[in-house]
Design a protein around this ligand. Structure first.
Ligand code: UDP
Ligand code: MG
Length: 316
């Protein structure tokens, strides 16, 4: 029997967990041709989350858990989940039931058809303001422009990953993690499944705008070094303005025989040196970008198949 690991990062989710477990239990009964593992990652919760998880485990052996020493954030909880999951595939889910477990059979169906990364794409988002929806849409547009890796729009972390994607993701061990960008980066055969995102069942969202902006900046900077180019690009118009003004001043000097004024010389000098400075910043940025990419220590490529055999990315 194939085994499905459901990874659930949980931070202060005492109210949601019993409801979540009930829904998962129903699901597991329906999908009785699979083995299950419900892997909770307790991300340093300050409420009774861990007690509830331990209690669930004492009643149901399919429940297991990783308990963090403190709050490390969802991204780290996710990689820990991958490290500890034992299934042939994993499903990431939020603890607050915003990702309906009832969608899992459909994700599994596509996995059985041979897809490696079946991700749930939001058709609608209940209980979220238009501002959050709008900013999220703009953000993905901009991000897609900045990078040549294909980005999945309207997609959260709710998805099913084949074992080889799990092994691939385990190789990306950078500390500033942006898991969403990693799902895109690993590639493999992807399939979108549409769903309606529910409101969280209980408790409050752990996100606020500051955290979201941080996440957005992390997303861009972990995907691409193109922001470092801004400097190089700014230097170009500066040099163009310098050139035009230089021609104008010189022309005036020779054609109208008007002596170069002190202020004109100063403007020329300012334009010249600021142009040079911005350009030098850009050059430093280029090298910094290369160092940045190098220090990520990612594998240089991932193989899909070798001689007709799927590459599993496990250690040889
Ligand atoms: N979460 C976590 N660590 C954190 C913050 C959140 O493990 O530091 C978990 C949380 O318990 C939930 C999931 O990440 O299972 C998504 O969090 P939340 O629902 O607050 O985010 P939103 O759905 O509002 O984006
Ligand atoms: Mg949520």
């Amino acid at each position: 029997m194939k085994k499905i690991s459901i990874i659930i990062p949980a931070y202060n989710e005492e109210e949601s967990l019993p409801l979540l477990y009930d829904r998962l239990k129903d699901l597991m009964e329906k999908m009785n041709n699979y083995e299950f593992e419900i892997l909770f990652v307790n991300d340093g919760s300050k409420d009774k989350t861990i007690e509830i998880i331990k209690d669930l485990r004492s009643k149901d052996e399919r429940v297991s858990y990783v308990d963090f020493s403190r709050n490390f954030g969802k991204e780290i909880a996710m990689i820990a989940g991958l490290d500890y999951a034992t299934g042939d595939c994993v499903v990431f889910m939020d603890a607050d039931l915003q990702d309906p477990p009832e969608l899992i059979p459909e994700l599994v169906k596509y996995w059985e058809e041979g897809y490696d990364d079946v991700y749930a794409k939001r058709r609608s988002r209940k209980g979220e303001t238009w501002l959050k929806k709008f900013t999220s849409k703009m953000y993905y547009r901009i991000l897609q422009h900045l990078t040549n890796v294909e980005i999945q729009i309207d997609t959260g972390d709710f998805r099913l990953l084949d074992r080889r994607c799990v092994n691939a993701l385990k190789k990306l061990r950078e500390t500033d993690r942006n898991t969403k960008s990693m799902f895109s980066w690993i590639g493999y055969k992807k399939k979108a499944v549409l769903y309606d995102r529910d409101e969280r069942v209980a408790g409050k969202t752990k996100w606020n705008y500051r955290k979201l902006i941080d996440l957005a900046i992390d997303g861009i900077t972990s995907f691409t070094t193109s922001p470092l180019r801004i400097s190089t690009y700014i230097s170009i118009p500066t040099f163009i303005v310098l050139f035009i003004y230089f021609v104008y001043v010189i022309a005036k000097c020779f054609v109208v025989h008007e002596a170069i004024q002190a202020y004109q010389a100063i403007i020329l000098l300012i334009l010249f040196f600021s142009g040079v400075q911005i350009l030098l910043f850009g050059i430093i940025g280029e090298y910094l970008g290369r160092i940045f990419n190098e220090t990520k220590n990612r594998p240089l490529y991932l193989v899909n198949e070798y001689n007709g055999k799927k590459e599993m990315n496990d250690e040889k």
